[in-house]
Design a protein around this ligand. Structure first.
Ligand code: ZN
Length: 365
């Protein structure tokens, strides 16, 4: 075991890491308060050189496992609470995931789902490790070298570019929904049009949407990048793989990055189609509830989440949303049952929706 001593330095750079390799060292000793640059950390992890924080005579201290300080990245994140494994970032599996993330980033940009440096993508590669896109890079231009590895608290543990500031949104989903392995956040215009009006699209219009997305939730607005924003999705991520973010965009989770992007495509196309249909001057016809149950059965077989699988919800609620006033936009939760039976407002809404449906059928609306 050979060590290189850099405890006399306040800043440890890539050159120090390279020198350690050149001298055949497998440990680099640095002082407690040293700032180790992200590229130095990266290089050390890549070449299996252990960073020993705490200096001479303390080479085996657990400090060696410390995550980089937030100061090293300037991202204001808190130090990690549990051990994380930076080496996961350089495994063959990670290389495949990085390429997939870049390909999906390009897809998002080509489909106009992201603009400027907007949108972000992540993949949970370990119990406490998530690969994610960096901040301030267009999703069209992404390369594997741009990506970062963070722990579940948002501390960057590998990668040279600072991670996206919206990672906390993804991390809340990973922590709350163990089935989620990948998240895609983007701003597709037609779905975002719903998000800025506080409305969700109705159900039972197009089968693919029922099976892959189903009921869409909408989370309240909060300032992007804050933990309050990240937590807005928590009530929905168990039963919804796609959430509209009020006045912002959408987030989708799935077992793979590719599938999470599919859900964004399915939702965006659905919202777009509904908006086009609304201009044709004819009422939208709905799939029957009987046929809708068939679609839900398919969905269950595919292992996809849906709030309608909860039989207590199903019992009194309609599968469809025919009972609401607008054929293309619903008030969130409008068709969901509340305990204790229908309220006066519910009955009023029902009377209004029946009237509207009749008027719509007569072509007078
Ligand atoms: Zn965004």
């Amino acid at each position: 075991m050979k060590s290189m001593d850099r405890t006399g330095q306040k800043l440890v750079s890539l050159r120090d890491a390279q020198n350690a390799l050149a001298e055949g060292a497998n440990r680099l000793l640095v002082c407690e308060n040293a700032v180790v640059t992200p590229s130095a950390r990266d290089f050390l992890a890549q070449h299996n050189i252990t960073l020993v924080i705490g200096g001479k005579g303390n080479a085996t201290a657990p400090a060696a496992q410390k995550a980089p300080t937030a100061a090293a990245y300037g991202n204001g994140a808190q130090p990690s609470r549990s051990a994380s494994n930076a080496k996961l970032f350089y495994t063959p599996e990670a290389e495949v995931i990085k390429k997939e993330i870049c390909a999906i980033g390009r897809k998002l940009w080509m489909r106009q789902f992201v603009d400027g440096n907007g949108g972000n993508i992540s993949y949970r590669i370990g119990p406490n490790e998530v690969i994610c896109t960096p901040t301030l890079v267009s999703k069209y231009d992404l390369t594997p070298e741009d990506l970062s590895l963070v722990d579940l608290e948002g501390n960057q543990i590998a990668g040279t570019k600072p991670r996206t500031s919206e990672i906390f949104l993804h991390l809340e989903i990973f922590k709350a929904q163990p089935e989620a392995k990948a998240c895609v956040h983007c701003h597709p215009p037609h779905a975002t049009a719903y998000a800025i009006t506080g409305r969700v699209p109705p159900n039972l219009v197009i089968p693919e949407f029922e099976v892959f997305v189903g009921k869409v939730a909408i989370s309240p607005y909060e300032t992007p990048g804050t933990s309050a924003f990240a937590q807005t999705v928590l009530p929905y991520v168990k039963d919804h793989n796609t959430v509209l973010l009020a006045n912002h965009g959408i987030i989708c989770w799935a077992d793979t990055v590719t599938h999470a992007e599919w859900y964004a495509e399915v939702l965006e196309t659905y919202c777009w189609t509904l908006l086009i249909a609304s201009q044709l001057g004819a009422p939208i016809s709905h799939i029957s509830e009987q046929k809708g149950s068939d679609l839900l059965a398919i969905k269950k077989r595919l292992g996809l989440p849906d709030v309608r699988f909860d039989t207590s919800n199903m019992k009194e609620c309609q599968l469809s949303d025919l009972e609401v006033s607008s054929p293309i936009a619903l008030t969130p939760g409008a068709s969901e049952c509340k305990p204790g039976g229908p309220t006066e407002a519910d009955l009023e809404a029902l009377v209004k929706s029946v009237t509207d449906a009749v008027m719509g059928a007569l072509g007078t609306k």
